[in-house]
Every structure is written in structure tokens, then in C-alpha cells.
Ligand binder design. Structure first.
Ligand code: AMP
Ligand code: MN
Ligand code: MN
Length: 324
């Protein structure tokens, strides 16, 4: 389906309904928060009612986002919803526990940019070319002929900024810059946002970088590098799962490396695998084959431990992809 048709279907989905539940993926990143709150600003402008839920509380770093206080814990919501907007989720499993809030016949509008998106919505606004789901929400606002207020612009800018790695990743296109120019026009302060979301590290994060770099290894070819973060390490430092965000780039950024990997032990002993590639390897396909998903250059999956076995499985698959 072409973009205009998808935009029109999404616009009608919103215009013809009210009382929406806005959901994004578990352990939200900047684009998850930004696109969800950007959509909340649009619904507010349209005079529609909405509820925002996630299984996790909003992390400190993103509490500056206007209306972030509207996020509710899904475990504390006692009703169900018939109209759902899912943002930045490639498949329904990414909703985690929040999926329990869907009524039996719930209609879903799926707004996303993941290569592995399985079109789980009643309406699907899925654009694999978009750098961020926040970019798609901007395009939808234009399609609805809505003016963005400053709050909405801050949220969408944050999503685009984080998913493009500060306009450095290969998903940074002419259109991204054009949209961002439109967001700056609304009057946001881009320095303040990048300072908060890209340039600030908590003390725990720096301690974790120091320790995690001790685990950095690469294979004989020099094309694959990886880091491991164990639960005892996180516990010792008092670091959270979010503190490990961004570590994978140390593996990917090593000269000559095509695929960088982070293996992080979760509380339940399962292993979260983050994959990043530079030019060639489709890590989205690799993550998908292990039950996860993502994009061609950034993807992830969660696998049952033990860590050594997960490392072996993932490294074997990655090496196969590199030689093929
Ligand atoms: P991460 O490594 O968690 O930063 O994720 C990189 C990309 O892969 C993001 O776009 C995520 O949405 C996606 N991703 C990460 N983990 C999963 C998963 N378990 N299932 C599907 N997609 C994932
Ligand atoms: Mn995301
Ligand atoms: Mn995204």
C-alpha cells in the first residue's frame, strides 16, 4: 500500500473514533516516548480522549518530555480499550504486559518503521524508509493539517534525534532534515534536548562503561566485536538496564568492525542481545531468526540463557552473515 493511502487510513482511524489507548514497546527508547507523546499532543489538539500506558515507569532521562507525566503503569489500569494506537512496535509481543488492556475486539492502528513489522493492525501506517516513528507522526500531523505546538515538537524532535544517533546514522535523509527544520521552526531549543538525551551520562553509566569495556573482544577477522554485561556487575554498580543503553556502539565503532554486539543479562537470567552493523549485514534478519526484530543496522532479541550458549549461537549466525 502506498504512503498516501496508509496516511489517509490512519487519519480516518483517528477521526472516526475516540477514547484511545496509546501504547509503545517495553523499555521505551527516545523514539518510543517521543512518538507516543507526539501522538498524544495531536489527539489533544483534535479534542480526542486518550490514555497512555506502559509496563515500566518513565525513565528519569525522558521525564522532561511534555506530557510524560500522562504515562500510567499498565498494571494500575483497571479497564480495557477498544481503540488502540501502537507506536514504534514491530509486532504485538513488543507491547509486553500492556497487551492485557486490549478489549477482545480491539482495533489497532499500528504506526511503525521497523523492517520486521508484521502489519498487526487493523490499520497500518508502516514506513520502513522513516528514520523514526516520530517522523511518521510528524507526517501524519501534516496530513491532518494540524499545527504542532511546542510540546509536540519537542517530543517528535527527541524521537528523531535519538533514532538517528544525533543525525549520524545511515537513516538520516533529506526528509529527516526537512522535518527537523519544521520542528525547529516551531521554536524548540535543540541544544537543550541533545544535551539531555545524548550528552549526559549518569555516574552509574560511566562506571558501567569502564567495567563493560573490560569485556570487549573481537574475533580473528576483526569484523565482529562484542561486550557482555552480567547481572552481578549491574547489581554491584547499582546500575539499571537503561544504564547499559549505548554500550553496543563501543563494539560497533571499532575500526574494521562490521557487527557490534552487546549481551546483557536480564533479571530473570535471560540475555538481551543488541546488534548493530555498519554497512552490509542485515542484523534485523538475524534478530528475527532469534525471535526478536528491528532494522537492518540496529536490532535486538531476548534469548534464554545461559550467556555462553547465547554468545555461541549469535556469534555463529553473525559470522555466517559476514562471509555470505
Ligand atoms: P536495542 O538493541 O534494544 O537498542 O534495539 C535496537 C532495535 O531493535 C530497536 O529498533 C528495537 O525496537 C529493536 N528491538 C530490540 N529488541 C527487540 C526485540 N526483542 N524484538 C523486536 N525488536 C527489538
Ligand atoms: Mn524504539
Ligand atoms: Mn524507532
Amino acid at each position: 500500500m502506498d504512503r498516501e493511502t496508509m496516511l489517509q487510513e490512519a487519519a480516518e482511524f483517528i477521526q472516526e473514533r475516540d477514547d484511545f489507548l496509546l501504547l509503545t514497546h517495553v523499555q521505551p527508547d527516545g523514539d518510543a516516548y517521543g512518538s507516543t507523546l507526539g501522538m498524544a499532543h495531536l489527539l489533544q489538539t483534535l479534542g480526542k480522549r486518550y490514555t497512555i500506558a506502559n509496563e515500566d515507569p518513565v525513565v528519569d532521562k525522558f521525564r522532561f518530555l511534555p506530557m510524560s507525566e500522562k504515562f500510567q503503569l499498565s498494571s494500575e489500569i483497571t479497564r480495557s480499550f477498544s481503540h488502540v494506537i501502537a507506536l514504534d512496535c514491530g509486532d504485538i509481543r513488543r507491547l509486553g504486559e500492556s497487551a492485557a488492556l486490549l478489549a477482545d475486539e480491539a482495533e489497532i492502528l499500528n504506526i511503525d518503521h521497523h523492517k520486521t513489522n508484521d502489519l498487526f493492525g487493523r490499520a497500518n501506517l508502516v514506513d520502513l524508509e522513516a528514520a523514526a516513528t516520530s517522523q511518521i507522526v510528524f507526517t501524519l500531523a501534516k496530513h491532518l493539517e494540524l499545527d504542532l505546538n511546542i510540546g509536540g515538537a519537542i517530543c517528535l524532535y527527541t524521537g528523531i534525534l535519538t533514532d538517528t544517533g544525533g543525525f549520524r546514522y545511515s537513516n538520516t535523509t533529506v526528509e529527516v532534515h526537512q522535518i527537523v527544520a519544521g520542528l525547529l521552526d516551531v521554536g524548540i531549543n535543540p541544544f537543550e534536548i541533545s544535551d539531555r538525551v545524548l550528552e549526559s551520562l549518569t555516574w552509574n553509566q560511566v562506571q558501567l562503561i569502564r567495567e563493560a569495556l573490560g569485556s570487549l573482544q573481537r574475533d580473528e577477522s576483526g569484523k565482529v566485536a562484542w561486550l557482555s554485561v552480567s547481572r552481578p556487575l549491574l547489581n554491584r554498580l547499582g546500575a539499571s538496564d537503561e544504564d547499559a543503553e549505548g554500550l553496543v556502539s563501543y563494539a560497533r565503532n571499532v575500526q574494521g568492525v562490521e557487527v557490534g554486539i552487546l549481551f546483557r543479562e536480564k533479571e530473570d537470567g535471560s540475555i538481551k542481545v543488541s546488534l548493530r552493523s555498519k554497512y552490509r549485514v542485515d542484523v534485523g534478519e538475524i534478530a528475527l531468526s532469534f525471535g526478536g526484530g528491528g532494522h537492518a543496522r540496529a536490532a535486538g532479541c531476548t534469548m534464554p540463557g545461559p550467556a555462553e550458549q547465547v554468545q555461541l549461537q549469535v556469534l555463529t549466525k553473525v559470522r555466517e552473515a559476514i562471509v555470505s
